[in-house]
Design a binder for this molecule. Sequence first.
Ligand code: UDP
Ligand code: MG
Length: 337
Amino acid sequence: MPYSPNKREVDAVKLRPPPKLSIVVPCFNEEESLPLLLEGITKLNDILVKAEQISEPLTLVLVDDGSSDNTWSLISNIKSSFNIQGVKLSRNSGHQSALLAGLMQAQGDIMISMDADLQDDPIAAVQMVERFRQGDEIVFGVRASRTTDSFFKRTSAHCYYRLLSVFGVELIPNHADYRLMSAKARDALAMFGESNVYLRGLIHRLGFKSSIVTYNRAARVAGESKYNMRRMVGLAIDGVTSFSVRPLRLITLFGFCVASISFFAIVYAWVGWMAGAVVPGWTSLILPIYFLGGAHLVALGVIGEYIGKIYTETKARPQFIIDTKIHTNAKLDDHAE
Ligand code: UDP
Ligand code: MG
């Protein structure tokens, strides 16, 4: 009888070979979180190596985004069962730029990005790697619930997604920057030459076969969130203006509406004047002046946002500057001991 493989064997044949994994973590003043992060990554590495899901111990790419505390000296002295790649940026460039720096420096077949504060459960990465082996190029980590977030964080996140969807920006709700990308997807991302990076939006636009893995987002293990109100508003405005010109179109529509209303008001006043009726004066004069004055300023502001974007994009400045790089290889260090 001819040999016919059973389902398990067929599935095994279809799986991609165990990949080489890099975990990319941007760190800004994370000296308190780093030891706990290392514990989490050690557990993850043990699980993946034991299950033969990765071809060799993972590499942890830690990007020091211009921290003013001991983050870099901790990174330089880590002893671990996996490889460490440290990238020190010359100054604080922001979460998104630091993450991009890490992704561009990372080697291997797949890279998984996460926060330094263990809010993204490292163990969910096991499922992400499985999905990659089943053929996905991008796997998005999505929070199952936000119960550990403060009321402010929950409300602002809700308003943020509403605002973006009003302006037609498609994002995966409750997906932050915990995701897996294959080297192919990362190389595609490298072709985008924008200096204003908004990775959540860009990566969603790459296309490729992707899927979602849900996880419970924990509270920050140590330190404070680096996103205050000002940074979050900035991120929301960046999100809208980087992907949509709808606000400009809304201004045009608004202008048309106001012009039409004014036209009818003119006809009304003219007819009233012909009929000898007195048109009520002061209120109808002063209110539109204030209203339109404010509306003009808003419109100018919105146009200004886009001009500002053009200004920064034409300068084409680098998104980050690397100061120092280090690489420690777990296997070589073991030999040396
Ligand atoms: N981060 C960074 N540069 C910054 C701000 C933040 O590299 O200018 C890092 C930070 O260390 C953390 C990640 O980006 O690993 C996400 O920041 P945070 O946890 O403060 O944001 P939240 O989770 O509160 O949105
Ligand atoms: Mg965080």
